[in-house]
Design a protein around this ligand. Structure first.
Ligand code: ADP
Ligand code: ZN
Length: 515
């Protein structure tokens, strides 16, 4: 093992877990590997491929990277090849011949290609020793990049019951993990989970107000450093990249609306440090391995925590610090919610809404970001102060909010738990809306009982109460505020409520024109 490691890869040591994984694969066991990007997953199947007798088939969705991967293996003296739709007939013919004559050790193949009957017939003629399924979370609808063509990989275990499978991913919540294993027929196999904690990433959430100015100020302090600014829409990408150039920064745009050539040019310029900043949609980054990214800014709210983790994960690959700043507003949240609600299937909507809620909780939460993020991936961080996030470095002051909480609970109670958060707050603020007049809610005892605070402050309070489980929110189309056991305890005086002192309007509800 060590000899081959040294001879073909030039390493003298294994990274954490690699050795155990390689050993299991060599013993013919099915294995599941969860490792963050950059953890060294490839070696877990490339080394066994060299030590096993037959062919190792690697399934990967990243067609654009296959050629590079194969070229670099070849450069190390490993006989590798790939099969995908970008090849000419002659090229793929040659690869097929080589497979049959057992001249290839590692074959990269796109999932849709592998599951074609002609390919299956072809590899049945070869002596296959291992299937490696990269980005295996793509098989699960619960993941953030479900790919229907991965579903067909379920057949591998049935068609080739004797061939061991190693499934790998950098991103899987416990739910996705379980789903992936059952889809692949690997239930009960040995699972290896490396830590997902990226010590050198610093996490920070900022209110999305005067966002462009905040970004500008940050960039002025960090001139010459390399970084990514993620935006939700192509239009935003173009606008911000142009503004930054006007303000004297070397920033380039990247999104799927640009031509292939332009995208490649901009990406290359960024990777080669000819441009400091890339302003991009989430189309940017898959498979990019730039070591010195010093900041990752999320100008808009990401749709889920998995995407956020992946995107921030592109920073600090060299092990040095990278600042990850996310600008949050509830306005963004409503906008994403609106888009989700246009989606076709109910299950898809529910999954997306749940993921968005987790994303929002992460932003408005006051506990350690790292802890929250890792817990989402099923990992417990041992310490209470990670020393590398805004919540740990600048904890927010807590104040007693029992009276305010009681006031809201009273109002929800008086409304019979039949209204959403906005209406409840309209009532306590004494608003004069159509709905209030129609329902005669100005007659309620709690009407106008909270007029001393601004509406946005009540919203913050109500949201924090939801987060603490003092209210629950039920119903997805018309979410209603409901009382819980905790709210009753507050009313009975057996429970106090501690709230974060947020400046009202800290996370704005709407967005200014500059955003
Ligand atoms: P992943 O697929 O998990 O994102 P890679 O397989 O691309 O990670 O590996 C990330 C980097 O770590 C690569 O540059 C690789 O060469 C390097 N690497 C992997 N294993 C080792 C090792 N045992 N010793 C030193 N470097 C390694
Ligand atoms: Zn922390």
């Amino acid at each position: 093992m060590y000899q081959t490691l040294q001879k073909y890869f030039g390493y003298s040591e294994f990274r954490p877990l690699q050795k155990e994984i390689v050993q299991d694969v060599l013993d013919g066991k099915d294995t599941f590997v969860l490792m963050p990007t950059g953890g060294g997953k490839s070696l877990c199947y490339q080394l066994p491929a060299l030590l096993l007798d037959g062919l190792t088939v690697v399934v990967s969705p990243l067609i654009s990277l296959m050629k590079d991967q194969v070229d670099s293996l070849k450069a190390n003296g490993i006989n590798a090849a790939f099969l995908n739709s970008t090849q000419s007939y002659t090229e793929s013919r040659r690869v097929c011949d080589d497979i049959v004559s057992n001249d290839i050790r590692i074959l990269y193949v796109a999932p849709e290609r592998l599951t074609m009957s002609s390919t299956l017939a072809l590899i049945a003629k070869a002596n296959i020793s291992l299937f490696a399924i990269d980005e295996s979370h793509c098989i699960s609808e619960w993941g953030h990049d479900f790919r229907p063509e991965y579903r067909k990989l379920s057949m591998l275990k049935q068609k080739f019951p004797k061939v061991p499978i190693i499934a790998l991913t950098a991103t899987a919540t416990p739910k996705v993990r379980e789903d992936t294993l059952s889809q692949l027929g690997l239930k009960g196999c040995k699972t290896y989970v490396a830590s997902f904690n990226r010590h050198n990433l610093l996490y920070e959430i900022r209110p999305k107000k005067e966002t462009y100015d905040q970004v500008l100020q940050y960039l002025r302090k960090n001139r010459g450093r390399s970084g990514i600014i993620y935006c939700q829409s192509r239009k935003n990408v173009d606008t911000i990249a142009a503004k930054l150039r006007r303000d004297g920064f070397n920033a380039l745009p990247y999104h799927a609306g640009l031509s292939d050539t332009q995208r490649e040019i901009n990406q290359e310029a960024f990777i080669k440090d000819d441009a400091d900043i890339i302003v991009a949609t989430i189309a940017f980054g898959m498979g990019i391995d730039k070591p010195n990214v010093r900041f990752v800014i999320h100008y808009d709210l990401p749709k889920n925590l998995e995407g956020y983790y992946q995107e921030t994960g592109r920073g600090g690959r060299d092990g040095l610090e990278c600042e990850c700043i996310l600008f949050f507003s509830h306005g963004d949240r409503y906008r994403i919610e609106y888009f989700i609600k246009q989606k076709g299937k109910k299950e898809e909507r529910d999954i997306a809404l749940k993921q968005l809620q987790d994303m929002v909780n992460y932003c408005v939460g006051t506990t350690c970001r790292r802890k929250t993020l890792l817990r989402y991936f099923g990992e417990e961080l041992e310490t209470d102060n990670c020393g590398g996030c805004d919540a740990c470095l600048r904890p927010k002051e807590k104040v007693d909010g029992t009276d305010k909480a009681k006031l809201l609970i009273n109002c929800v109670d008086e409304l019979g738990e039949r209204y959403g958060m906005n209406h409840v707050i309209d009532v306590v603020c004494g608003a004069n809306t159509k709905k209030i007049k129609e329902k005669k809610h100005e007659k309620l005892e709690t009407y106008n009982s909270g007029c001393r605070l601004h509406r946005s402050e009540w919203l913050d309070i109500a949201r924090e109460m939801v987060q603490q489980g003092i209210f629950s929110v039920e119903g997805s189309r018309y979410p209603l505020l409901k009382l819980t056991r905790a709210s009753r305890e507050v009313m009975q005086g057996s429970r106090t409520v501690t709230l974060t002192r947020t400046a009202a309007l800290e996370f704005p509800d709407t967005q200014g024109p500059e955003d």
